[in-house]
Write a protein that binds this ligand. Structure first.
Ligand SMILES: Cc1cc2nc3c(=O)[nH]c(=O)nc-3n(C[C@H](O)[C@H](O)[C@H](O)COP(=O)(O)OP(=O)(O)OC[C@H]3O[C@@H](n4cnc5c(N)ncnc54)[C@H](O)[C@@H]3O)c2cc1C
Length: 370
């Protein structure tokens, strides 16, 4: 079997790449599981990017026009007229993308695992039979624990975080996400509450599992009925190289993950577009360079993450007080972008008054963000 491109991993990012290439090239996808979906993932995706990437409307479960930001002492609300983020059904997202790619001619090998490269071919296994697939280009879109990354000798430098997420019944404001920052409960990460509708939400965090139980108590959800509980991991940092010869890494396999929120679908899909262009031109050597928007976002996000980890809850309270001011809220409502945190922070720091207040809290803020 010889293809132009073999994509290893039929998650959202691998399938998205398949949709971009199928019909123009011979494309095959190998997916370890016998089905789509099932991964722990809240499924919050910035609305603007969702639309500009052409992701399937059918996967959207809910739309958020704003958010509540909640610390121990302060609550503030950011709201806009139009949806800023969508909540998606991961299974539907992956299936719809796969169906789109299949209709354009992509071949899918389900329940088939990539094992290794041998003499420039991919050795894969379906049930107990092993066979080889040959392609001009190979793409490792096989998630954070990528076998393809291991095979090309990519090096990982990052922080592994375990994530916990559940779907729970309760009373929620459908069009608002809640972001809770409470380092006493979880020093590692924030908590999110993402309503699917008025009576069901996805609640989660990254870090120690007992922090989620403590949070449910604080949010008065500890008596709530849990419909689903999932766990998964992300790595925040760098894995390089993204390209070796005719093999490229994509999505979580390349750690194209936002360090501020651990969201990876948009960055992965953005890089898929860049990679597709290279593959169609027969040259992927500039892929990593041309993903500079994502690399800059990751690099900035890692600085924000470092800052977050160094800050005490007292510092967080002070920052919340600044962000809850009318001036900051007006700036955030006007210029915040769900997927472009560089733009959002830059807009806030452009205000001399806000900048001065933040420096007063800690000069570290200026040193690390500017
Ligand atoms: C708790 C939690 C919450 C999250 N919430 C969000 C969120 O709200 N928004 C967001 O954007 N991101 C979120 N993420 C991150 C998001 O899940 C990932 O960034 C996203 O899944 C990356 O997609 P991918 O296609 O690159 O990799 P994956 O989704 O990991 O897909 C990889 C695919 O490759 C397959 N595979 C693996 N190894 C092999 C092999 N050897 N052979 C063949 N196939 C293989 C797997 O079965 C899988 O289907 C969250 C993550 C966690 C853990």
């Amino acid at each position: 079997m010889k293809y132009d491109v073999l994509i290893i991993g039929g998650g959202p990012v691998g399938n998205y790449l398949a949709t971009l290439l199928a019909g123009k090239m011979d494309v095959a996808v190998v997916e370890r599981k016998g089905h789509f979906g099932g991964k722990a993932c809240t499924g919050i995706i910035g609305a603007e990017m969702y639309e500009s990437l052409g992701l399937p409307e059918r996967a959207i479960l809910n739309a958020f026009n704003g958010a509540f930001f909640i610390s121990k002492k302060t609550v503030f609300e950011i709201s806009r007229k139009t949806p800023q983020a969508y909540l998606v059904d991961r299974k539907v997202l992956e299936r719809e993308l796969a169906k789109r790619a299949m209709k354009r001619g992509a071949e899918y090998y389900m329940a088939t695992s990539f094992l290794r490269f041998k003499n420039g071919r991919a050795v894969v296994q379906h049930l107990d039979s092993k066979f080889e697939i040959e392609a001009k280009f190979y793409v490792g879109a096989d998630g954070v624990n990528s076998t393809v990354a291991r095979e090309i000798g990519a090096r990982t430098e990052g922080e592994t975080l375990k994530g916990w997420e559940l779907e729970i019944l309760g009373n929620f404001r459908r069009e608002r996400v809640e972001v809770w920052v409470n380092k006493d409960l979880n020093p590692e990460f924030f908590f999110w509450v993402a309503p699917i509708n008025e009576e069901e939400a996805r609640v989660g965090t990254f870090g120690p599992v007992d922090s989620l139980a403590k949070f449910l108590k604080l949010r008065r959800l500890d008596g709530g009925k849990i419909v689903e509980f999932k766990t998964g991991a992300v790595i925040l940092g760098w894995r390089r190289p993204w390209v070796k010869g005719n093999v490229a890494l994509l999505g979580d396999a390349a750690l194209q993950i936002k360090p501020t929120t651990a969201g990876g679908i948009v960055f992965g899909a953005y890089c898929a577009r860049v990679l597709a262009k290279g593959i169609l031109n027969g040259d992927i050597s500039r892929y990593e360079k041309e993903c500079s928007w994502v690399r800059n976002q990751i690099s900035f996000g890692l600085r924000v993450r470092k800052l977050f980890k160094r800050m005490s809850q007292e510092n967080i309270e002070e920052v919340f007080e600044v962000l809850a001011s009318e001036e900051a809220k007006e700036i955030i409502e006007r210029s915040a972008n769900f997927d472009d945190h560089v733009q959002t922070v830059k807009a806030i720091l452009k205000s001399p008054r806000l900048l001065a207040k933040l420096i007063r809290i800690s000069p570290m803020i200026l040193r690390m963000l500017v």
